[in-house]
Design a protein around this ligand. Structure first.
Ligand SMILES: *Cc1c(COP(=O)(O)O)cnc(C)c1O
Length: 381
């Protein structure tokens, strides 16, 4: 057996869409990106989506949209991927690390209120592993404290909380289509919102500052359009980045979006199988209280106080595992911003991410479960 931790589920549907893009021979930022953005807005239920080349870019630009003064603070969870906090630094803002809830491994809303001070302007909740941050409570707190809310939905494309899609609770939602995430475009990301005026300017920021639309609005006033030879003209009024999505990625995204619900259902089935299989174990517990059939979980995670031994044991059985995530507060780059995230720095030592991609077979799940059981039995002497 050789069981991968992650595997993108791609095939004929994606290839057919790629072929179409090849036949048109337009691979860059073009009509397929627009089509994918519109399909995404409909799927999520938001007014505007802007496609970018990663969730890292999405988080960077989501914060840029608010034009916060340099040096203001943004609250982020201690356990997340580097990008969540890097986006804060890209914008010359200061990350304030919030400890995690010991039961759910996502942002502890009590600690958030303790860490808040009057320089805090925004909060980036991360639905870690697809387990939703209680967004109704968070939005109440954010409103009281006048915080903008950017949801990091890198782990929960298609997921819901209380019947409403994750990514539509906050002011902006950011999604990842990196190859390991719930759905993929190879690399890619999406910025979503109901606030068109807030998000529309990001089309220029993702395209080296070039805003054709602004130019079109201005052209009448300037009279430049009378001149046909001016078709090449555009306006640059902001410092942008090369963050656009391209048509090739969008073509894969359209096929993946069609399969997203099915892939999420399969992941839920896999998780239900795992939960059932580990029920009888005493030393291996689920990472958080999964409710399969409710939400989109990116991975199945477990806790074991013999974590490192278990990782090696599984590796020797051909089972790949991971750890999501080593707390950012322990990373050299972020250490200077640390202010008490004891829970994160304690519980990360127990957590393991198990293989749970949608192409995993039932035989493979049984094999993983048998391996977990034999590990526990090996210590019962
Ligand atoms: C993967 C990930 C990102 C970044 O996504 P990319 O598309 O790879 O840039 C951001 N936040 C979290 C929580 C992630 O896991």
């Amino acid at each position: 057996m050789n069981i991968r931790l992650f595997k993108p589920s791609v095939g004929e549907e994606e290839l057919a869409n790629i072929r179409e893009v090849f036949e048109r021979a337009w691979l860059g930022n073009g009509p397929t990106v627009v089509k994918f953005e519109e399909a995404w807005s409909r799927y999520i239920g938001c007014k505007i989506s802007v496609g970018v080349n990663s969730a890292t870019a999405a988080l960077h630009l989501a914060l840029t949209a608010f034009h916060f003064p340099e040096g203001k603070k943004v609250l982020v969870p201690a356990i997340t991927f580097a990008s969540t906090a890097a986006a804060v630094l890209y914008n010359r803002l200061i990350p304030v690390f919030v400890d995690v809830d010991p039961g759910t491994v996502s942002m502890d809303l009590e600690d958030l209120q303790r860490k808040y001070d009057k320089d805090c302007v925004a909060v980036i909740p991360v639905h870690n592993g697809g387990y939703p941050v209680p967004m109704d409570r968070l939005m109440d707190i954010a409103e009281k404290l006048n915080l903008k809310v950017i949801e990091d939905c890198a782990h929960c494309a298609g997921g819901e909380y209380k019947g409403r899609k994750l990514g539509t609770w906050g002011h902006i939602g950011c999604f990842s289509f990196e190859e390991k995430k719930c759905m993929t475009t190879g690399d890619g990301g999406m910025i979503c919102s109901d606030d068109i005026d807030l998000i529309e300017p990001l089309r220029a920021y993702r395209w080296v500052g070039i805003d054709k639309d602004t130019w079109r609005r201005a052209e009448k006033a300037s009279g430049l359009t009378e001149n046909e030879a001016m078709h090449w003209h555009y306006e640059i009024s902001v410092l942008g980045y090369k963050y656009n999505m391209n048509d090739l990625a969008a073509a894969i995204g359209l096929a993946q979006l069609n399969k997203l619900d099915r892939m999420n259902e399969r992941r839920a089935e896999i998780i239900a199988g795992y939960l059932n299989g580990i029920k009888s174990l005493n030393t291996i517990k689920p990472i958080f209280p999964y409710e399969p059939g409710n939400g989109a979980y990116w991975y199945f995670g477990i806790r074991s106080d013999r974590r490192d031994e278990l990782i090696i044991y599984l590796k020797n059985k051909g089972i790949a595992t991971g750890v999501h995530f080593y707390p950012l507060t322990l990373q050299p780059l972020f250490r200077q911003y640390t202010a008490g995230c004891e829970t994160a720095e304690r519980i990360w030592k127990e957590i393991i991410t198990m293989p749970s991609h949608p192409d995993l077979t039932d035989e493979e799940i049984d094999y993983v479960l048998d391996s977990l059981k034999s590990f526990e039995e090996g210590f019962k002497i």
